[in-house]
Design a binder for this molecule. Structure first.
Ligand code: HXC
Length: 315
């Protein structure tokens, strides 16, 4: 059964906007990235999503394909962004089966709540490798195709007319806002996401002359996502929600709409930017993440309760 469009895309965009375009997305079976891809597919794109879990990735691809009759969505499992070779294999398959890569979403990420004392050297390294190295590997594996697409669909620099074949050559890195103020129990992810932001800025500078745009989307607390399950205790959700500046969490549709904006003509002169989609949440500091009873909780050595992926604290 196709999902109700209003759950992943607003009515603002015209159908066919991304006709004949292909998006390649890491972490594409995840809650946020699958909504981003589903929105693009609804608007005409074909897609290739990759992930570590074969069954989950293939199932998500079949599900996303229901967004538009005739859509082609490849789901390639057993792809770990920590391995350039596995990504390159997926990229090759994507291009040979779908014809090109016009857009990339680097969305694969790893997260859990843990203090600096609690996290092992290997756990810190795992998050850095998934988030930072994984984003870099994704870029490395796809950039030749992004350059090709950018050249094909370039805005005319004299007339400023958009290409009649639409846009291409765009990458979005999915980051976070955790490192803007600093967030307890999120040192590993804060370091990683700061690195991703820096990477995107460098991509904008180095590949801008070839027509490629690079931007970051930084989601705030987005309802019903893996990130929220891992970071906010389920028994405190209502209270934290009420304390948000807009009185609600974001929806995956908010992130999908931002993605469409950046990939469509509306984003043609937007590059090297971080688009924060968080309803001003980070301005109230940490958005409740890890802040319950801070610092008493940190000093107690207790276990995080009611979050996914919890582990006993180590002091
Ligand atoms: C401390 C932990 C831990 C925890 C795992 N580890 N969970 N340490 N607290 N809760 C440690 C393990 O003990 C191990 O270290 C090391 O991390 C690697 O874990 P493994 O399970 O061996 O394997 P790996 O596949 O590398 O694990 C990756 C992972 C895992 C990131 C650690 O959590 C994972 O696969 N997560 C799924 C994806 C995910 O997290 N998605 C959510 C993204 S949300 P040792 O020393 O024992 O070997 C997101 C939101 C951003 O990014 C912010 C939004 C606001």
């Amino acid at each position: 059964m196709p999902l109700e469009k209003s759950s992943y895309l607003s009515d603002t965009w015209k159908d066919g906007l991304f006709k004949n375009k292909v998006v390649f997305c890491t972490g594409g079976a995840g809650t946020i990235c699958s909504a981003q891809v589903r929105a693009l597919v609804h608007l005409g794109a074909n897609a290739c999503i990759v992930g570590r879990n074969v069954e989950k990735t293939e199932k998500a691809a079949r599900d996303i394909a229901t967004a538009r009759a005739g859509a082609k969505v490849l789901g390639i499992g057993a792809v770990d962004v920590r391995s350039l070779e596995s990504l390159q294999g997926a990229v090759e398959r994507c291009v040979s089966e779908l014809g090109a890569i016009d857009y990339v979403i680097a969305g694969a990420a790893g997260n859990f709540l843990a203090s600096i004392n609690q996290i092992s050297v290997n756990a810190f390294k795992s998050v850095m490798e998934i988030d930072v190295q994984g984003s870099y590997n994704t870029l490395k594996a796809t950039i030749p195709h992004l350059i090709e697409s950018a050249q094909k669909h370039r805005v005319d620099s004299t007339s400023l007319k958009p290409s009649p074949t639409g846009t291409g050559g765009r990458i979005i890195f999915v980051s976070a806002t955790l490192h803007y103020t600093g967030t307890p129990f999120q040192a590993h992810v804060s370091v990683a996401k700061a690195g991703i932001d820096a990477l995107s800025n460098s991509v904008a500078l180095e590949f801008g002359p070839l027509g490629v745009t690079s931007n970051v989307i930084a989601p705030g607390p987005i309802a019903s996502t893996e990130g929220l399950d891992r970071l906010l205790p389920s028994d405190k959700l209502d209270k934290i929600k009420r304390s948000q500046p807009l009185g609600r969490f974001g929806s995956v549709r908010d992130i999908a709409d931002a993605t469409v904006y950046l990939f469509a003509d509306t984003g043609s002169y937007v590059s090297g930017q971080i688009l924060v989609v968080d309803g001003a949440s980070w301005r109230i500091s940490s958005a409740g993440i890890g802040s319950s009873d801070y610092p008493d909780f940190l000093l107690s050595g207790d276990t995080f309760e009611n979050v996914k992926g919890k582990k006993k604290a180590k002091l």
